[in-house]
Design a protein around this ligand. Structure first.
Ligand code: NAD
Ligand code: UDP
Length: 311
């Protein structure tokens, strides 16, 4: 049994991760400030003797004795990370410094939830880990993109300077049950709009692309990366390489929900990346990981979830 700290454990991905780690027989501390996460997500875990819930903000130091740390604490939806951009930078940068300090003291292994946003509006497609990215340092997405880039820098510097045992996951768009209704990202927005027969809001002309990974696949990848002992240091892309134009994605959701919604076009937010698709060669070769849930099956499960909670 390992003692595992999951920061951001009451959020969308964190909830699924806590569940999996508990099912695998671990002792789990879920730390969250409930900015975008919710107690409802993890209510069913409260009472499990191996589960501990801590209300705490990662920008403040935290002390515990643990073997592994998954650092997920950070709002991930553009709407939420732009709500208080200064806090977003603090969460990414001060949060990872605090967690790296904890990892150093406990000699724990630490995994940082980084993001495909470190590639910005990429000029290399699909994105490989060796690509340095094309990020606007002063735009409205910069609080998140640059915060996450600085977090990667700190991970590498704690590894080089203090020999902290690090793992960096560059997560691409992930979806599934337990996304918040007010999350604001494309999957939950489109599904909720379609289920309510309200207009589907496509930003821009809808020709921008994203590739969507079902949350159970992503959690498999995170756990494999954390427990990989092959001495691979450096970022690893985790995502599903099936790329969609957003307009086609809207049509797919309308089909799967059997909805009467029409598509409406709204302005594209600034710095919205034009294309995104992971190259997952490293994850395949180093972790023996590939996503297994196809988009229709993943969306059907997600649609079932939202049908239940917005009924
Ligand atoms: P989410 O917003 O659902 O979860 C984030 C969690 O972190 C929430 O529970 C929130 O309350 C908590 N949190 C935020 N700031 C905090 C703070 N200062 N102290 C303590 N807790 C705090 O987002 P998610 O989709 O579950 O994303 C989890 C992580 O994965 C994030 O770090 C995100 O950047 C990363 N990521 C997610 C995706 C994706 O598509 N879901 C893609 C790339 C990266
Ligand atoms: N998007 C959209 N309509 C919405 C929400 C998002 O067209 O209601 C677009 C958004 O402009 C982006 C893509 O969908 O091009 C993915 O957006 P999301 O916020 O999910 O995440 P991102 O990958 O941009 O961080």
């Amino acid at each position: 049994m390992k003692r595992i700290l999951v920061t951001g454990g009451a959020g969308f991905i964190g909830t699924h991760l806590c569940e999996r780690l508990l099912n695998e027989g671990n002792d789990v501390i879920c730390l969250d400030n409930f900015f975008t996460g919710s107690k409802d997500n993890i209510r069913h875990l409260i009472g499990n003797k191996n589960f501990e819930l801590v209300r705490h903000d990662v920008i403040k130091e935290y002390y515990a004795e643990v073997d592994q740390i998954y650092n997920l604490a950070c709002p991930a939806s553009p709407v939420h990370y732009q709500y208080n951009p200064i806090k977003t930078v603090k969460t990414s940068v001060m949060g990872v410094i605090n967690m790296l300090g904890l990892a150093k003291r406990c000699k724990a292994r630490i995994l940082q939830a980084s993001t495909s946003e470190v590639y910005g509006d990429p000029k290399v497609h699909p994105q490989v880990e060796s690509y340095w990215g094309n990020v606007n340092p002063i735009g409205i997405r910069s609080c998140y993109d640059e915060g996450k880039r600085c977090a990667e820098t700190l991970m590498m510097d704690y590894y080089r300077q203090n020999k902290v045992d690090i793992r960096i996951a560059r997560i691409f768009n992930t979806y599934g049950p337990k996304m918040a209704v007010n999350d604001g990202r494309v999957v939950s927005n489109f599904i909720i709009q379609a289920l309510r027969n309200e207009p589907i809001t496509v930003y821009g002309d809808g020709n921008q692309t994203r590739a969507f990974c079902y949350v159970s696949d992503l959690v498999d990848g995170l756990i494999k990366l954390m427990n990989n002992d092959k001495k691979f240091i450096g970022p690893v892309n985790l995502g599903n390489p099936s790329e969609f134009k957003i307009i086609d994605f809207a049509k797919l959701i309308i089909k799967l929900t059997n909805s009467n919604s029409e598509i409406v076009f709204e302005p594209l937010p600034s710095d919205d990346p034009i294309q995104r698709e992971p190259d997952i060669t490293i994850a395949k070769t180093v972790l023996d990981w590939v996503p297994t849930v196809n988009i229709e099956n993943g969306l059907i499960k997600t649609i079932e979830y939202f049908s239940r909670i917005i009924a």
